[in-house]
Design a binder for this molecule. Structure first.
Ligand code: SF4
Ligand code: SF4
Length: 181
């Protein structure tokens, strides 16, 4: 299943590359900015989680230890299931498992349509902080056409592309909830 998933990711990333270049003018993500990984709830399907953990196993033992510690600290906070937290895989403002990161992680930075009927757009949180899309976002409306595809996780895993690859994604949970207390 993970081989099939890798093939899917190759095509998905190709599509995202096109979307990123379409919106390049409004995107100012730079190495060193990790805002998207510092505050979030990181939905991961079971399949993505298996892939992420495959990446984890390739890491040096010291890096694995840092991630385990990050996870332990988060778990100790015992905050209710839907809360925002820093991803435990983020180390020194870099994703330690970049190649293996989730579908949602790959879409960080883009503006896309989540509700065609009501023209609801998902913008990166940093748009409110003067970063991505802030040039064309006044706090209420975005003055460009966003990507006309819903890139949230449930939509991506039920997309034609995912179906073509005959993938079974399984349950979706916030990343931290894939790990025992
Ligand atoms: S897995 Fe990597 S890219 Fe995804 S939220 Fe965590 S640190 Fe960020
Ligand atoms: S989308 Fe915004 S917060 Fe996230 S990495 Fe890019 S600039 Fe930083």
């Amino acid at each position: 299943m993970l081989k099939k998933y890798e093939k899917f990711l190759k095509e998905f990333d190709k599509k995202l590359k096109k979307y990123f270049s379409q919106q390049a003018e409004y995107i100012c993500c730079k190495e060193g900015c990790a805002g998207c990984c510092e505050v979030g709830d990181y939905p991961f399907s079971q399949l993505e989680m298996m892939y992420l953990m495959q990446g984890f196993r390739t890491l040096p033992s010291e890096t694995q230890e840092i991630i385990r510690n990050n996870m332990e600290h988060l778990k100790k906070r015992k905050i209710p299931s839907h809360f925002f937290y820093q991803c435990p895989f983020l180390i020194n403002k870099k994703c330690s498992v970049y190649k293996y990161r989730g579908i949602t992680c790959r879409t960080f930075g883009l503006a896309y349509l989540i509700d065609k009927k009501n023209k609801k757009v998902k913008l990166p949180e940093c748009a409110k902080e003067g970063m991505n899309f802030s040039k064309i976002y006044d706090g209420k409306e975005i003055k460009i056409n966003p990507i006309k595809e819903n890139l949230d996780l449930p939509s991506v895993i039920s997309s034609k592309l995912a179906k073509n690859h005959k993938l079974e994604f399984g349950e979706i949970r916030s990343l931290i909830n894939w790990f025992p207390d």
